[in-house]
Design a binder for this molecule. Sequence first.
Ligand SMILES: [Zn+2]
Length: 183
Amino acid sequence: MAKARTRRNKDARPEAWAKRVRVARARTGRGVFSERWFAVAEIVGEIEGAIIDDLEYSSRYCMDLGDSRCLEPDPPFRYMNHSCQPNCRFQWHDIQEAGRGPPRRRMFVLALERIAPDVELTIDYRWPAHMAIPCRCGTDACRAWIVAEDDLAAVLAAIGGRERAATTPSGSGASNAPVCQPG
Ligand SMILES: [Zn+2]
């Protein structure tokens, strides 16, 4: 029995994180970079950290676990920068462990495209309107604000900018929950 458990744990961690990604200086502060190739939809790594079960909790890093809890990520993935045209995304899975108890919700980083070594790994933060800040990701798809696509109109309306959004602002659509939504 002990033997089977050892093998399962080993399978869950085929490589040390250090061989997959590294934290290094990026255009703005620190960023996470690939240490090897990743295929489309491959799991780049698991985001570990503290699970926060408090709707009042607010942090720019915290990731929505989809069940009113959020994950305050540890390094290295704590340092993943935003891009409006990201090469990675978050995805959570409910994973049954050791054959008993409820499944545990775990968060992973998945590659959205084929990624070469030494490329900065980015995700779309999808922040709600009240957390929006100007974006300098520099991609063709840049929305100018680090904010969820659905909340962009609300941000532009709030600043009374020259830009006109195609959709009507939703008003009080912003959530209190700290969020980097998986998707
Ligand atoms: Zn951008």
